[in-house]
Design a protein around this ligand. Sequence first.
Ligand code: G3P
Ligand code: CA
Length: 289
Amino acid sequence: MRKQYIILAFLLLVVGCVHTEKRIEPIPSEEFLVIAHRGASAYAPEHTLLAYEIAQQAEATYIEIDLQMTEDGVLVAMHDEKVDRTTDGTGFVKEYTLKELKLLNAGEWFNNEYPGLANEEFEDVSIPTLEEIFIHFGSEVNYYIEMKSPGIYDEMEEKLIALLKQYNLIYVDKGLPKVIIESFNEDSLVKIHQLEPRLPLIKLFSFKEEAALSVQDYNRLNTYASGIGVNISSVDKHFIREVQQNGLQIHLYSVNDETELKKTLNLKANGVFTNIPNIAVELLKQQIE
Ligand code: G3P
Ligand code: CA
């Protein structure tokens, strides 16, 4: 009798171990995703509410948000670790409190850089927090959020998940996940998968030459990721097919020209990052007609 209990206990242990392998949240492959890269950033200053509104009006499938964090631990939408390129300030985001960061002008640079697209509305815009974006758009849009430099910020993953839960954004809406998380940083993605397996994850890659992944890469990716994001210059149809045959989605970045977008749509990937989401949506409609 004692022997049976030991065997039973051992079996339960094994089953328990197997079952800790967390389920990978799928991203339906039927729909081709138009991901508004930093918002509709060809028409308005990147990572501003205005750029996201234009993306929403263009019916982009997702608005893409790059995340940084302030000195006082607030998640804000910004691509660079420094504020120099897209504001009238200088220095690292992590050296600003939110109050200080909010004093920076995050739109004037766009009017100076693109006089042909200049707009008074861009003269007085600030850097939005992730929370302000959620309050502004709620569940009206889908969010594709990049953990840009998780290695330099404490508990960035926990803060992001807490905010997503606070605004009830972790669910599937009309067949699509309301939120997708992306990063070049695998450790950060694995951590998010452990903390909140309902979030679909995209591992970003930037290949200098031709894109290539090993069997080990695919095995590792399939323990946490729903797909990968790859620079368009490194891929061809074969690599795209190979990724899909290994059970992963593939999203291509970034395609900001109509002719290139047409070619990209023919590659049969699962999504594209673009600064001109309106054009991509239009081309997709034409393809369907
Ligand atoms: O996130 C996909 C693509 O946007 C990666 O490049 O530098 O624009 O964030 P980056
Ligand atoms: Ca990005």
